[in-house]
Design a protein around this ligand. Structure first.
Ligand SMILES: [Zn+2]
Length: 185
């Protein structure tokens, strides 16, 4: 992987994504069956839309994606596949929902537990590792990260945020805190 390959990687902000937080917030995860549509907008202009169906049981389930993918030759492909939904218990009770990445890369099923699946330019939803995405890393974020390291309450708020950039700042801050810890060991 040379420098060119790296620069061609898409950033997650450019991608179409679906999160368990969004599904939970919109009450898709507390029934036994739910149909919905995911729309993506950029400055009020819709640039994507897919339909899905969700089946949940006590603490697991699955999401079925149904949409038409147009390949680079303009050929339309009807897609219909599922991603497993699973949960982990929360510290203060209840549980948190996750997707299991449905992609197979290098002949190995990924099965990573993730909160967000991305569509990118590829035809299937997958985790950011499988889709080789990178986050926009901005130096101007560093000050923000320092602030989060000093304010655990703000940090936990950022971790619960639906805003991906806030979540990334929280992850960066946590990494920084853990690094500091390791130095002490
Ligand atoms: Zn994956």
């Amino acid at each position: 992987m040379g420098r060119d390959a790296y620069s061609k990687r898409h950033t997650v902000q450019e991608c179409r994504s679906i999160s368990t937080k969004h599904l939970n917030k919109n009450h898709f995860l507390n029934g036994t069956e739910n149909k919905g549509v995911m729309n993506w907008n950029n400055n009020g202009i819709q640039f994507g839309s897919i339909g899905f169906e969700i089946f949940t049981f006590e603490d697991d389930g699955y999401i079925r994606f149904q949409y038409t993918h147009t390949d680079s030759n303009g050929k339309k492909i009807e897609l219909d596949y599922v991603a497993i939904l699973t949960t982990t218990p929360c510290f203060f009770g209840g549980h948190r929902w996750w997707f299991i990445c449905p992609l197979i890369t290098n002949e190995q099923p990924c099965r990573k537990r993730v909160g967000v699946l991305y569509l990118d330019k590829d035809q299937y939803f997958g985790c950011r590792h499988c889709l080789n995405l990178t986050y926009k890393s901005c130096k101007e974020h560093d000050k923000h990260v320092d602030k989060l390291c000093k304010e655990p309450e703000l940090l936990s708020l950022y971790f619960q945020s639906n805003d991906l950039s806030k979540l990334m700042l929280a992850i960066k801050a946590q990494r920084k805190l853990l690094k500091g810890k390791n130095k002490l060991l």
